[in-house]
Design a protein around this ligand. Structure first.
Ligand code: EPZ
Length: 432
């Protein structure tokens, strides 16, 4: 199994350039199925395995995909050749389930495998299916597949989401873009990823209003056309490197950080003692010399709340913050699996219902640990950057799903971190 080895104790300093947003890119890629004319060229697409999986799914459906460079991809959905997305692809990456609506909107029928759960929760898709039914789709679920039909096409409907689901919001927005009539989505997700997907749809000729608020209105149009679109920098990657700066007592310039996307995390970093200053091109994050981290409380909740994807990395930071911190998770039912791994590194941390109680300790010690999902694994690497001695982090296939060149970017700002392929002798790789 590939591993990351890190030896803590180095202050990270210098500049990190953010890659494109994984979650915005995945919603946008699903929407590239919609145009029947013209090609869509996406720039600043992150080079990560989740994007590769989504591109594989689109190609399986007949989309012609061309990479002009590692972060630019052109897609032509003019003539789809299949309306089925197999389990092998959907199980690799649940967001590919969102091809269902666009296929249905274009071809009147679709057969897409149900995504499974994952380590952070059951992650059902009932809001997605209910919304499509409201738009006139006949939905049956059998043998692990969703069969959807809308022979007369989808029609506008009023939809209410029981929870502001990001995936359901972007998925239903895309399906509604070609529906006959007006669709409203109430209690919609307000994440920047929704705003990005709406901006792409509108550039394609759709009529989406209200993205970024709780009420989105989509007036269906007859067809959409391919466009050019640049993916925003990744706000969760920004938060991850901001924590890397604070947890190592360092000073990083995070190029590409957008204030309105990252402010919920910035505010909590400042409460914990870090300094965060934005300029037009990014943000400088540092723990001022002589200042130590201090405990705070965090509630992971839908945007504009503190993002759940930053909950594990932020918990790693708070293990070294003087006092008692409490992190409450309101989005997923089991996103604390990494806690036991942090405890192996000396953290004083325990969970109680949907909260983690963290009593700050003066230091962490390196240990062999393993992440169980993308953000948990990132959190363990961050803890390793501050721990005494060597930390061996397993589960880095998860990291590759959502962080482009995570190790390389950390090394470039001074981290003593090495990625070790299976069988390599790690000890030679990590200088003391
Ligand atoms: C997106 O997942 C992100 N993934 C997640 O990021 C992120 O944690 C999540 O939004 C919340 O911000 C992508 O964008 C690819 P949800 P999504 O639908 O859309 C429940 C990462 O690390 N729910 O907002 O799948 C669900 O179980 C990943 O980058 C239903 O009950 O999340 C969860 O408890 C992890 N029924 C809550 O809503 C549904 O039909 C929020 O899920 C849909 C969701």
């Amino acid at each position: 199994m590939q591993k990351i080895y890190t030896v803590g104790g180095r202050r990270l300093t210098g500049e990190v350039r953010l890659s494109g947003s994984k979650n915005a890119a995945l919603a946008i890629l699903a929407a590239t199925l919609l145009p029947e004319h013209g090609r869509t060229t996406l720039t600043n697409v992150p080079r990560i395995s989740d994007v590769e999986t989504m591109l594989e799914t689109l190609q399986h459906l007949g989309v012609r995909v061309q990479h002009s460079d590692s972060n630019t991809v052109t897609l032509d959905a003019g003539t789809l050749t299949s309306h089925e997305a197999p389990y092998e692809l959907i199980k690799k990456m649940r967001a590919s389930f969102s091809v269902l609506g666009p296929i249905l909107a274009r071809y009147g029928q679709a057969r897409v495998a149900l995504p499974g759960g994952c380590d952070i929760g059951a992650r059902p898709v009932d809001y997605h299916l209910k919304g499509l039914e409201r738009m006139g789709a006949q939905i049956t679920v059998e043998h692990g597949f969703v069969h959807a039909a809308a022979k007369e096409g989808l029609r506008g409907a009023s939809i209410y989401l029981d929870f502001p689901s990001v995936g359901a919001t972007t998925h239903l927005m895309a399906a509604a873009a070609l529906a006959d009539g007006i669709t409203t989505i109430a209690n919609a997700a307000e994440e920047p990823d929704v705003v990005a997907a709406a901006a792409l749809l509108n550039r394609m000729g759709a009529r989406v209003r209200g993205a970024g608020t709780k009420e989105i209105l989509i007036e269906g149009v007859r067809s959409l056309r391919g466009v050019e679109y640049a993916v925003d920098p990744d706000r969760i990657e920004a938060g991850t490197f901001a924590v890397a700066a604070a947890i190592t007592g360092g000073d990083l310039y995070i190029r590409g950080a957008i204030k309105e996307h990252t402010e919920p995390v910035a505010r909590k970093l400042m409460e914990a003692g870090a300094d965060v200053r934005y300029d037009d091109d990014g943000a400088r994050v540092r723990l001022p010399p002589g200042r130590s981290l201090k405990a705070t409380t965090v509630e992971a909740s839908p945007h504009p709340g503190f993002p759940t994807d930053m909950q594990p990395p932020f918990a790693a930071l708070l293990t070294l913050a003087a006092g008692t911190s409490v992190i409450t998770e309101t989005v997923y039912e089991r996103r604390f699996r990494y806690i036991d791994e942090l405890a192996r590194m000396g953290a004083d941390i325990k969970t109680k219902a949907n909260a983690a109680i963290i009593v700050g300790v003066p230091r962490l010690t390196g240990a062999p640990v393993a992440g169980s999902d993308l953000r948990a694994t990132a959190a363990l690497v961050l803890a390793g950057l501050a721990a005494e001695g060597q930390t061996e982090v397993g589960g880095i296939k998860y990291l590759d799903r959502g962080y482009e060149d995570f190790c390389g970017k950390l090394q470039a700002v001074g981290a003593n971190v090495r990625r070790v392929e299976d069988g390599d002798k790690a000890t030679e790789k990590v200088a003391a």
